[in-house]
Design a protein around this ligand. Structure first.
Ligand code: GTP
Length: 255
């Protein structure tokens, strides 16, 4: 199982092209799983990189604090945000210098476009394509001379384990429809159980969920496939409540 196989290399090449044009990278990660949604396989260390832990409105507050400490200890610049945070507050946190040329990157669904649109605001004018570089690339200007690329770089990492696939499912980076291995759902459910403190086993939980939601097949039999689909979609959108899916002390920084 993987993300759009074949597109991964193409996406990496595109990001390398975009990187040539910028000196600052906003690496958007989902605050609920900042390690699983990291830019594994791409090196942004030569650029001024700011790790943006997004969606903190639906992440566990205490675990988000642990992550902020974790990144600070590694000497990284890290900020937290969420879609309804006022633009000016977000801009102050970013604290971009006048000469910043910015690219937003991240794995699917971390909120890159939402961030770009917020920064773009209504007043930011597009400054047009730069001649001589990749076609179709548009910049926009922020108040203080900062320029940003208005399309994000999408990262597709190598999904080397079921655990990683499960976390990407939980944050909505990997759509439910793309998962063809039932064990990924089981792993994701184990992670949910650990963080939510649920006791049920997989089948009992999803049977009850299906009954509660009226997701039934002919004869009133719980439709487990639909229940799984609905549940994981909702959890990724934060509808199940504030919940994180990994803590810094469980991840191996060497990975
Ligand atoms: P791709 O185009 O797939 O790479 O997605 P993206 O990274 O550009 O994410 P996008 O901005 O499209 O947001 C994905 C989904 O997450 C949308 O449904 C957003 O409304 C939602 N979203 C974005 N930011 C936040 C946030 O801070 N909190 C919550 N709860 N939802 C958010």
């Amino acid at each position: 199982m993987n993300w759009y196989p074949g597109h991964i290399e193409k996406a990496k090449r595109r990001i390398r092209e975009l990187l040539k044009m910028v000196n600052t990278v906003l690496e958007v990660r989902d605050a609920r799983a900042p390690f699983a949604t990291s830019a594994y396989g791409m090196d942004f260390s030569k650029k001024g990189t700011i790790v943006v832990l997004n969606k903190v409105d639906i992440a566990d507050k205490k675990i988000t604090k642990e992550w902020v400490e974790y990144f600070k200890k590694q000497g990284k610049r890290v900020i937290t945000t969420y879609k309804d945070e006022p633009r000016q507050v977000f801009l102050r946190k970013l604290h971009l210098g006048r000469l910043a040329r910015v690219l937003v990157v991240g794995v699917p669904n971390t909120g890159k476009s939402t961030i770009i649109n917020k920064l773009k605001g209504k007043r930011a004018s597009s400054v047009g394509a730069q001649p001589g570089v990749t076609r179709g690339i548009q910049w926009f200007s922020l108040e203080n001379g900062v320029k940003m690329l208005d399309t994000p770089g999408i990262l597709y990492k190598n999904i080397f384990s079921k655990d990683l696939a499960a976390k990407l499912l939980l944050v909505g980076s990997l759509p439910v429809e793309r998962i063809d291995d039932h064990e990924v759902f089981e792993k994701a459910f184990e992670i949910f159980k650990r963080y939510q403190g649920v006791e049920d086993d997989f089948t009992t939980f999803f049977e009850n969920f299906a009954k509660r939601r009226g997701l039934l097949k002919k004869g009133g039999v719980p439709d487990l496939d639909r229940a799984i689909r609905v549940f994981f979609t909702e959890i990724s959108q934060g509808k199940v409540g504030r919940l994180s899916f990994e803590r810094p002390d469980e991840v191996n920084p060497e990975e």
